[in-house]
Design a protein. Structure first.
Length: 127
């Protein structure tokens, strides 16, 4: 049985290339799905943030979350040092977050190594 080189060249190879480029996109954007925060005395605020992202490995994973103001000023960053392929969603904490008294609401957003920002952002009212 002889293989048809035209099918391989014009159909199979383009499909293989297409799917190899789409692979990093499959994981989508990192979403913040839950936020718990509390004032920790004089040392600032502490946050427990739950992130969902279909990490596929070191090439595409949620690599940080941030506490930001309405104008996107970054107040604090929690770096995520490795992929969480087998732990979804996952919760990580950050303490010592200084929030100016004039700020009444902050936002928590996540970042992934391919898409950057763009997933679900959660507001948090500072009381």
């Amino acid at each position: 049985m002889q293989k048809n080189p035209a099918i391989i060249r014009y159909v199979l190879l383009p499909l293989i290339l297409l799917f190899s480029f789409l692979n990093p996109v499959v994981a989508g954007e990192a979403d913040v799905i839950n936020v718990k925060g509390y004032k920790d005395g004089d040392s600032g605020w502490s946050f427990d943030v739950t992130v969902r992202h279909d990490d596929t490995g070191w090439d595409h994973y949620a690599n940080r979350w941030e506490v930001i103001t309405e104008d996107e000023t970054i107040l604090a960053t929690r770096v995520l040092h490795h992929p969480h392929e087998n732990e979804q969603p996952f919760t990580r904490s950050l303490s010592g977050v200084q929030i100016p008294k004039s700020i009444k609401k902050v936002f928590i957003r996540a970042h992934d190594s391919v898409h950057g920002y763009g997933g679900q952002v959660k507001p948090f009212v500072v009381e």
